[in-house]
Design a protein around this ligand. Sequence first.
Ligand code: HAS
Length: 559
Amino acid sequence: MSKNIHPDHLFSLNNRVDAKDGKLVLANMIWVIFALFIGGSAGMLQTFIRAGMFELPFGIGYYQLLTLHGVILALVLTFFFIMGFQIASLSRSAGAFNDKERLLGWIGFWMMSAGTLVAAAMIATNEASVLYTFYAPLQAHAFYYIALAVIIIGTWFSVAGQLMRYFRWRKEYKGHKTPLLSFMASVNNVMWLVCTIGVSMSVIFQYIPWSLGIVETINVSLSRTLFWMFGHALVYFWLLPAYMSWYVVVPKVLGTKGFSDNLARMSFVLFLFFSIPVGIHHQLTEPGIDAFWKGLQVVLTFAVIVPSLMTAFSLFAVFETHGRKLGATGILDWFKKLPWKDARFVLPFLGMLFFIPGGIGGIINASGQMNQLVHNTIWVVGHFHITVGAPVILTYFGVMMFLLPHITGRKITKQLNNMGLYLGYTWTFGMGLMSAAMHFAGLRGAPRRSTFSEYGGADIAQEWITYQILQAVGGTFLFVAIVIAVILFIQLMTGPKTTEAEEFPVASMMDQSVPTTKWVENWRVLIIITVFLLLIAYTMPITQMFTENIPGAKGFKLW
Ligand code: HAS
């Protein structure tokens, strides 16, 4: 392909998601809506149980419901959304998938679907009440672990198809910088491939033989360490699609340009480097890991905060320059110029607001001594509801607003846009109330992963009850928001068709025609640095887990 193509031409090669790719995207998104309804309903019930206001019928256990809630929202909803959105982003920005790439996407989709159904059956029959972290020595049925492995391998197939599409573009337009959205999706995919290796090894070589009775005991420290090597990167795997939307979609919705293509690429590269070698910050209170390695991973955790700060800076720059162009003059009145009536903007913006306390909470968690105070309290549950449960999910909603009608050939009507706004405000109120109550209760020592108890009439447990009631009120608002969301998403896909479908907004950047920094797209260098940091952070702690004669644990089924 010619080297003389003007970057602006390359930027606007594809205006829409290809129709065949669209079907694959839609299949993934239907799972998202289903998972939202089931997982959200389970969540509301939990808040009532924890407040002592409701008891589950038919012998259903609290931990059974909590496992369902965590797995279906944190794993199923997110995985299907990410695959769907990334396929759509690649198809929109790099062009249609070929048959082979699309087939890989479909194989991935069916494997993820099959794995989800088996895992759900295991949870429904109370064979797998081990929560989404499936910590050993709690032992689920072998089918549950097999199902989890199938889901992860399913994502690999889908990711392989997406990466093939990206690298085909690079070959076709050799020497040109790749479309930003396609680059971002590829970084997330490569990060995913690297971080899931450890947890897959653990599931295949530790959990499955142990749950089948082939080996009697499991090395708990090793299994948890391999889980968190994946588990913290998982949170950025959720977050980066939201950042794709913040960097690329939101500026276009405002009718302006994104701040910087180069800065956005750099922040994604930093996520690739620093998302994985930080998992031990979830294990700061655990024995069996040397303090030095905990300290090192805390330092690396502070490095992974930098790309989020770069993102915040970039967003402020976009909002302010946009407002000034529209005539804002004072320090903050650009704020008034933002499109407050457009749900495609308001949903992700509310998410950004949540991420300010969400990010501060993360920094508190990561600070060694502070972690002693909050670890295993419901503060942590509050933290993840204002990170994955708000910035991430509200942005996913914002994406669904335009993506569903874009693919199905419809428009967002005024009425649907208003529903989107109600969804955003109801979700914000419910999540704000519930997670603030969780943070405050956590600071007063209320534990996480526990059902209602008066703890033998202990005074301190009395203090938690008001917060638990507030959580139930917040949970009720969230349930109302979920009902709005489900109705809205169905209507966005089934309303009257139009000749001109809703656009998939993709902004150009202020530095669109500036060439990208060369090494940022040198995948060999990127992967070497990623693996190097991973080896530095994990080689010694994991070696010690093999050499220090840690006794294995038999399986427990405490439910
Ligand atoms: Fe976290 C625990 C540390 C981010 C999710 N985290 C969890 C768990 C989950 C989770 C699920 O170090 C619990 C896991 C479990 O079950 O045990 N977290 C961090 C740090 C960050 C962080 C340092 N977490 C996230 C994100 C998540 C997530 C993102 C999901 C998507 N987290 C921890 C630690 C623990 C932990 C410990 C273990 C706790 C324990 O002991 O168990 C950082 O990445 C945060 C950086 C973020 C920022 C914010 C940038 C702000 C932006 C918005 C700008 C707003 C604008 C609007 C522009 C620095 C980008 C402005 C408009 C106006 C006009 C005002």
